[in-house]
Design a protein around this ligand. Structure first.
Ligand SMILES: Nc1ncnc2c1ncn2[C@@H]1O[C@H](COP(=O)(O)OP(=O)(O)OP(=O)(O)O)[C@@H](O)[C@H]1O
Ligand SMILES: [Mg+2]
Length: 255
């Protein structure tokens, strides 16, 4: 994995909100086809870091490189233009629209001023089937769908538009076990397609089994970045709490 150049490099990122220092000299690297877990307790700076990558916040200091080139991400459109999509926990779907309309929200297909509904539905069917998502009827309003189905539509929306980098901020926090599993299965499909995924979660068990690498933040700075399995779950939890890296024997083996 490490032979490939990184999709994303965030270097020396600092961000304050008035007197609150949310991030100090924070770093993030993401490679194609991996799931990077971003961990830390409440207020550690996880969401702020990914919002800077997504163009929702602006860093006070630092630089972002996408595919090795410095990127200036001033707003979410800049991020999207670089192939970066974000799924926030509070899903950005419209409850009163159906799946195809949500998929194309803000980027509707039209011809001579008319919405191309049939084309959008056909494309939506393709997008969902590409990810093995089964939704009984595409005409159903999203409101009537489960959290997992909505999450699935968000993912397919992200994937449909040539996403290279997918950011998921606590994607499973509000989902049941079955739905969480579906979201994770979808994410595995995305990995296979070479998409790099940033996965923020408080569920240590999920993170441990699902991520390839982790970076732990504490008080807005990186504690450690390593392959997930270099540590035990207990060690990861202890680093999240203490903010101090653990020297571990596995680490010596993997270097
Ligand atoms: N818009 C804002 N205005 C002021 N302070 C903010 C703002 N956004 C974040 N902060 C502060 O920055 C710090 C980092 O917050 P952030 O949301 O990045 O943490 P987090 O790791 O995502 O936490 P959680 O696990 O609770 O989601 C916190 O002290 C938070 O209060
Ligand atoms: Mg957060």
């Amino acid at each position: 994995m490490s032979q490939k150049p990184p999709l994303v490099e965030m270097r020396h990122i600092s961000k304050h909100f008035g007197g609150i220092q949310a991030l100090t000299d924070a770093e993030l690297e993401l490679y194609p086809g991996e799931v990077l877990g971003v961990l830390g307790h409440n207020g550690a700076g996880k969401s702020t870091l990914i919002k800077i990558l997504a163009g929702a916040e602006k860093a006070n200091e630092g630089a972002i490189f996408i595919d090795g080139h410095e990127a200036h991400i001033d707003d979410p459109n800049d991020a999207r233009g670089l192939g970066i999509e974000t799924i926030y926990q509070e899903l950005a779907l419209c409850g009163n629209l159906n799946a195809p309309a949500n998929l194309y929200m803000g980027r509707e297909l039209s011809k001579w001023g008319f919405l191309r509904k049939r084309a959008m539905k056909e494309e939506a069917e393709k997008a969902l089937s590409r990810l093995n998502i089964r939704i009984k009827s595409l005409d159903v309003e999203v409101e009537a769908m489960s959290g997992g189905q909505r999450q699935a539509i968000s993912i397919s929306r992200a994937v449909h538009f040539d996403t290279k980098i997918l950011i998921m901020d606590e994607p499973t926090a509000a989902l049941g076990m079955e739905e969480s599993r579906m979201v994770m299965e979808l994410t595995v499909e995305l990995k296979k397609q070479g998409i790099g995924i940033i996965w923020i979660s408080h569920d240590i068990h999920e993170v441990y089994n699902f991520t390839d690498r982790i970076t732990i933040l504490h008080g807005g700075t990186n504690v450690v970045t390593a392959p997930t399995k270099d540590f035990t779950q207990d060690e990861i939890v202890s680093m999240i709490i203490s903010g101090r890296p653990i020297e571990h024997s596995n680490k010596a083996n993997s270097d």
